[in-house]
Design a protein around this ligand. Structure first.
Ligand code: SF4
Length: 175
């Protein structure tokens, strides 16, 4: 039986062609290093909730405390679709014993700190992407990071230390 810790990872970082343009953002060095010590479970919120590949680019808009996921050209609000899929996926991840997530930086679904457009002049506010937000609300004590943070060896070490200190699901927020 595989006794390694299990973590989820954005499928495009894993090398799967799930991006809106049909490409990926493979991180071979990070994947190779992590694969020796953890089991990686790739997932793509946008493709798996049915938005297809390729698909129209989207971005976060509106109130940074509750931003909407909007397609940029056709102005479709995809928030509810992504949020419903994310809520269901939290149960799936819990059943798989997923103990942490590594997500694609700046994605409106996966990013940890994503620009939120459309509330006028001044500094651009930021918010987690909708899938990242769902994870943080459901599992507030489990680690989450993006690939840019983990290029720093010190932050990678801290992320892995945090993983081994936490027991999956025990920190699940009471609903
Ligand atoms: S950033 Fe997230 S939603 Fe976008 S392609 Fe990668 S895994 Fe899919």
């Amino acid at each position: 039986m595989d006794s390694k810790i299990t973590i989820g990872i954005s499928a495009c970082l894993f090398g799967q062609n799930t991006r809106y343009d049909g490409g990926n953002r493979h991180e071979p060095l990070l994947i190779a290093a992590l694969s020796q010590i953890v089991t990686l479970v790739p997932l793509c919120p946008e493709a798996e909730c049915g938005l297809g590949i390729p698909r129209e680019p989207m971005r976060l808009e509106g109130n940074p405390k509750n931003p909407r996921l909007m397609t940029i050209t056709t102005r479709c609000d995809l928030s509810e679709r992504l949020q419903i899929w994310s809520a269901l996926q939290m149960d799936v991840l819990a059943r798989k014993g997923v103990s942490g997530l590594i997500l694609k930086a700046r994605s409106p679904s996966c990013g940890r700190q994503v620009a939120v457009h459309g509330i006028g002049e001044g500094e651009t506010p930021h918010s987690p992407g909708l899938f990242a937000r769902a994870w943080q609300e459901r599992f507030p004590d489990l680690p989450i990071a993006d690939e840019e943070e983990l290029r720093d060896p010190g932050r990678l070490e801290n992320f892995l230390k945090h993983l081994t200190e936490e027991k999956p699901n025990r920190q699940e927020k009471q609903r």
